[in-house]
Design a protein around this ligand. Structure first.
Ligand SMILES: Cc1cc2nc3c(=O)[nH]c(=O)nc-3n(C[C@H](O)[C@H](O)[C@H](O)COP(=O)(O)OP(=O)(O)OC[C@H]3O[C@@H](n4cnc5c(N)ncnc54)[C@H](O)[C@@H]3O)c2cc1C
Length: 379
């Protein structure tokens, strides 16, 4: 938990998030994991509780929480289930993209629709271009006031239930970074086809699918910003979404610590609780220390955003450290549980599976380290 003081308002929203996570998410996490579909019922309850779309400013009808509050809420939801938390939190990233790159009309329309319960998708990655954003091959060719879009996307989270997508496409294939543009695309646009749910290792309640665009016509009014603004929008969104992924990692690491400690106090071996064996105690100490360090880095990356300062370096630090910590802590949690750690009867095998992708999405941790080196060597 943070070592600094929280305001009364922060305490209230965090208590609400913690209680929702404990009562409405944790008991159903395994069920949604098995169903491997978007958790509609949990989503509806979270909406009633006021825990969705929390970054949408009051001016657009949202709760207007600060980024720090948002990531502290996300951490608490992720403690219950990082897959459910991801499915519920992704709309905040869509809201960020709208706030960063949308026109007033687009903000009012799409933020309003999300506040009314709709879900959006963020369609950047393609089969041949993930880390290499500039390598995107989906093409948007201008035809009068419209664009003709052809191409495909993969790994688009919440795509099976999204009613609209932010789609990144090349409007000028020869212009590198400035050849990318972003479009708001309705799910029932002729020429847009949704692929099947992609089967995955973990975070199964946070579904992902492919999208295909075949001669899809989108009007210029659906473009976000000017032609060529896509790359700059995407990079600004990453600075906001990476603290969110870091918060998912912090919540998961805290859960690993809590589960490991409880088990290690109860389980005995060679005449004493295993927590009293130094090698087990040391793992738990390390888990506590790394989780707290990840939390502080994550809070820092969000606080900079709240103060309107550049946080690219700190967002990369937080995302990388928190996701590496989650992957490490979940592996150690399985180890502390011994054979039971490998059993689906206990919670830690799911934590282990859920943690891995945090090192991959929102830019892999290798890409984050490239960003850190670049940011650290800036003049
Ligand atoms: C469950 C899940 C949900 C996702 N949700 C979304 C979503 O909603 N929207 C979306 O657009 N995308 C989404 N993604 C895609 C995700 O962002 C990409 O998978 C990720 O950016 C990596 O891209 P890639 O898979 O093409 O891997 P690649 O780019 O092919 O990378 C493969 C490996 O090479 C390394 N590598 C690549 N380039 C370099 C380099 N220059 N230097 C060093 N190492 C390098 C990578 O770090 C990685 O280890 C999701 C992915 C998953 C698995």
């Amino acid at each position: 938990m943070p070592t600094y003081s929280l305001t009364e308002d922060q305490r209230m929203i965090l208590d609400l998030a913690e209680s929702f996570a404990t009562k409405e998410m944790r008991p159903v996490a395994a069920q949604w994991e098995k169903r491997a579909t978007f958790p509609h019922e949990v989503h509806k309850k979270a909406m009633v509780a006021g825990l969705l779309n929390v970054v949408v400013p009051e001016a657009y009808g949202g709760p207007g929480l600060s980024y720090l509050d948002f990531i502290m809420v996300t951490e608490r939801l992720a403690h219950a289930c990082v897959g459910l938390a991801g499915a519920l939190s992704l709309n905040n990233m869509i809201a960020d993209a709208l706030l960063v790159g949308g026109s007033e009309e687009q903000k009012t329309k799409y933020l309003g629709r999300m506040l009314a319960g709709e879900v959006g998708g963020y369609a950047m990655t393609e089969p041949a271009a993930g880390s290499n954003v500039v390598g995107i091959e989906t093409l948007a060719v201008k035809k009068g006031n419209n664009y003709l879009i052809n191409g495909s996307k993969t790994w688009i989270s919440n795509a099976p239930v999204a009613s609209f997508f932010i789609v990144f496409a090349k409007t000028d294939p020869d212009s590198g970074h400035s050849g990318l543009s972003a479009f708001l695309v309705e799910k029932d646009t002729p020429g847009l086809r949704l692929g099947n749910n992609l089967e995955k290792l973990g975070q199964k309640a946070f579904p992902a699918a492919e999208l295909f665009f075949e001669e899809m016509v989108v009007s210029s009014e659906q473009r976000m910003g000017a032609e060529g603004d896509g790359f700059s929008i995407a990079m600004k969104v990453f600075d906001r979404s990476r603290p969110m992924v870091a918060a998912l990692g912090v919540g998961l690491s805290q859960r690993c610590l809590d589960e490991s400690l409880a088990y290690a106090k109860l389980r005995t071996s060679m005449g004493k609780p295993i927590v009293q064996h130094q090698m087990v105690g040391s793992k738990i100490a390390e888990m506590g220390m790394r989780t707290e360090a990840a939390r502080l880095l994550t809070h820092q990356s969000a606080d900079l955003l709240d103060r309107g300062e550049r946080n690219t370096l700190q967002a990369a630090y937080a995302k990388t450290f928190a996701s590496d910590t989650a992957a490490w802590a979940s592996s150690e949690a399985v180890q502390i549980f011994g054979g039971m750690g490998y059993s689906v009867e206990y919670p830690v095998e799911k934590l282990y599976r859920d943690a891995k992708v945090l090192q991959i999405y929102e830019g892999t941790n290798e890409i984050q380290r490239l960003i850190m080196a670049r940011e650290l060597s800036r003049e």
